[in-house]
Design a protein around this ligand. Structure first.
Ligand code: PEP
Ligand code: MG
Length: 590
């Protein structure tokens, strides 16, 4: 969508890494296709061509290893795993098979065969509904481009060098190019394609570079040298903005900087309300870079370690030892704070490429989370043993996702006991009293809070899923988005009920769904009875700011008022009225 004003143009995109960036545009094709030479060969030449493929594959492996080490040093171990996954794609027997059969069937040289094989395999990826798979197509194209660069001895520089302070505008950004932007002073990125969970996006976030994706025709609308303002908060790009727009953004930038500086002043202050009630403010993490940010921002611990990322960046189930090492590295970064490690939560919208779930008509109502782990105890056991071994030296807790009732929990706890027994037989140390928690993500679990409390040490409410199941509105569907509403009175009533019930049973209850990270809702959540929140690292300071501006008595009054309302609109109006007149304010800016 392009909206032209008299003097400047504005185009829209989706925020994938937030922030504000300004600078001259460099329009390029970072996924530039190599010109693929094509010639006809005799069948007898195929073995020779495949030898060339193997040699190129070996050279590509060396390049990827180097890149992996570079990213590990510069960004983090788990981000480096992206290139380990690319090495697996490179060595996927299917790729070699496809190349060889194209050589044979089409009687073509290996370069042309690689090109056709990669196009064929990526076309399969992009048809898959799951965005995770779709976005792996970029990884495969990246691998294919590397092979073709080697085979054609392309003279193109492997690392594009951009002028300092530029904003890169490109059709697609491959992870390997993104990784190599580390060290260059790129201000922002505007991409026509891309995805929220694409590896290039993950790297941009880790590097703190604002990124807009799905910006249609960006490379046609923007020219190199255009002055750009990338608004990675609202999702728009101004091309050659007018002086009035520039002044607006000067002001916004100054406000943001002042706010950020003021927020930084909160890092060492406790998350305590105005009337002196301490709130436990933890971080949700998925990869090692998050753990570093969480520690830097002084989170009280990790309330949710989503271990899916550990499994997603591999092409096989990580062994117990591999998992132990990864969890230990993460826990080391946070020590002595507690890390709540969630057992692998796959199924439905979270799939592992190497563990495809059998098709189900309603996967979000099917075999997922703890159910799936109980159906595949070998996966659960390896993970529990890894976590238990870590519990000997680090304060960790185990959290089970998607608990449906007491039966799930008893079966999962029996697996913990079995894992403990096997470690004891081997003489391996563990904490026999490692805390165990249940996620409240299903209405059934919420209703059973009182009984489940007899079985666990703590609860964590996953509102992302609880909202979808309570309101029967798919969290991944844009059609159902209007019905997926965390401020629905039924959701708030249920949250209040769980908080009160858990408290009467003397069990800690935290919220780790996205709702907890919205500072506009902090007062309401405290009023509903929550004293523990777990939020994305980037939200910690904003939420702490909101906690420190709240008094529990006022918060309880607000919650009481809101629980009496019957519609979403009334609730929103009430919250809006509350925030009206409130400015972006922190204590450091009296
Ligand atoms: C949730 O459902 O709120 C939650 C935290 O789990 P996830 O988003 O990983 O499903
Ligand atoms: Mg969930």
């Amino acid at each position: 969508m392009i909206e032209h004003t008299k003097t400047s143009a504005m185009i829209f995109g989706e925020v994938a890494s937030s922030g504000l960036a300004r600078g001259p545009a460099v329009v390029c094709d970072c996924a530039e296709e190599v010109t693929v030479p094509r010639r006809t060969i005799e069948a007898s030449e195929v073995p020779q061509e495949m030898k060339r493929f193997d040699a190129a594959s070996f050279a590509a492996e060396q390049d990827l290893l180097k890149l992996q080490q570079q990213v590990q040093r510069g960004i983090g171990r788990q981000e480096a795993g992206i290139f380990e996954a690319q090495r697996f794609l490179l060595h996927d027997p299917l790729l070699r098979e496809e190349v060889s059969s194209f050589c044979l069937a089409e009687k073509i040289n290996v370069e042309a065969a690689v090109d056709m094989a990669v196009k064929k395999l990526t076309s399969v990826f992009v048809q898959v509904e799951d965005p995770y798979f779709r976005e792996r197509a970029a990884d495969l194209r990246d691998v294919g481009k590397r092979l073709l660069d080697i085979l054609t001895k392309s003279q193109l520089p492997a690392i594009p060098i951009f002028p300092d302070g530029s904003v890169i505008v490109t059709g697609e950004l491959l992870p390997s190019v993104m990784a190599q932007l580390d060290g260059q002073t790129i201000r922002g990125l505007v991409i026509e394609k891309g995805g929220q969970t694409a590896h290039a996006t993950i790297l941009a976030r880790a590097l703190g570079i604002p990124l807009l994706i799905h910006v249609p025709d960006a490379t046609k609308t923007i020219r190199t040298g255009d002055h750009l303002i990338v608004d990675g908060l609202a999702g728009r790009v101004f091309i050659n903005p007018t002086p009035t727009i520039r002044r607006e953004y000067d002001r916004l930038e100054a406000d943001l900087q002042a706010h950020q500086t003021a927020l930084k002043g909160l890092i060492d202050l406790p998350a305590v309300t105005r009337d002196g009630v301490a709130i436990k403010l933890c971080a949700n993490i998925g990869k090692s870079a998050d753990a570093v940010v969480a520690a830097t921002l002084n989170a009280d611990g990790v309330g949710l370690y989503r271990t899916e990322f550990v499994f997603l960046v591999q092409d096989h189930f990580p062994s117990e030892e591999e998992q132990y090492q990864i969890y230990r590295t993460t826990a080391d970064r946070l020590k002595p704070r507690e890390v709540v490690i969630r057992a692998l939560d796959i199924g439905s919208d979270k799939q592992l490429p190497y563990f495809p779930s059998p098709p189900e008509a309603n996967p979000s109502l099917g075999c997922r989370g703890t159910r799936l782990l109980l159906a595949h105890p070998e996966i659960l056991r390896a993970q529990l043993r890894a976590i238990l071994r870590l519990s000997a030296t680090h304060p960790v807790a185990i959290l089970f996702p998607m608990i449906g009732g007491v039966e799930d929990l008893l079966a999962a706890k029996a697996e913990i006991e079995a894992a403990k027994a096997s470690l004891a037989v081997e003489g391996q140390a563990f904490n026999p009293n490692v805390p165990v928690g249940a996620m409240i993500e299903t209405p059934a679990a919420a209703i059973m809070t009182g009984r489940l409390a007899q079985e666990v040490d703590f609860f964590s409410i996953g509102t992302n899923d609880l909202v979808q199941y309570l309101l029967t509105a798919d969290r991944t569907s844009s059609e159902a988005a209007g019905y997926y509403e965390p401020l629905h009175p039924a959701v708030l009533q249920m949250l209040g009920w769980v908080a009160t019930t858990a408290r009467t049973k003397n069990k800690n209850v935290s919220i780790c769904g996205e709702i907890a990270g919205n500072p506009a809702l902090t007062q309401l959540l405290l009023g509903l009875g929550f004293r523990s929140l777990s939020v994305n690292p980037g939200e910690i300071l904003e939420v702490k700011n909101a906690i420190r501006a709240t008094s529990i008595s006022q918060a309880e009054h607000l919650a009481k008022q809101i629980l009496e309302l019957g519609t979403i609109q009334e609730i929103k109006d009430c919250l809006r009225a509350l925030s009206a007149g409130k400015e972006l304010r922190t204590e450091a800016q009296p």
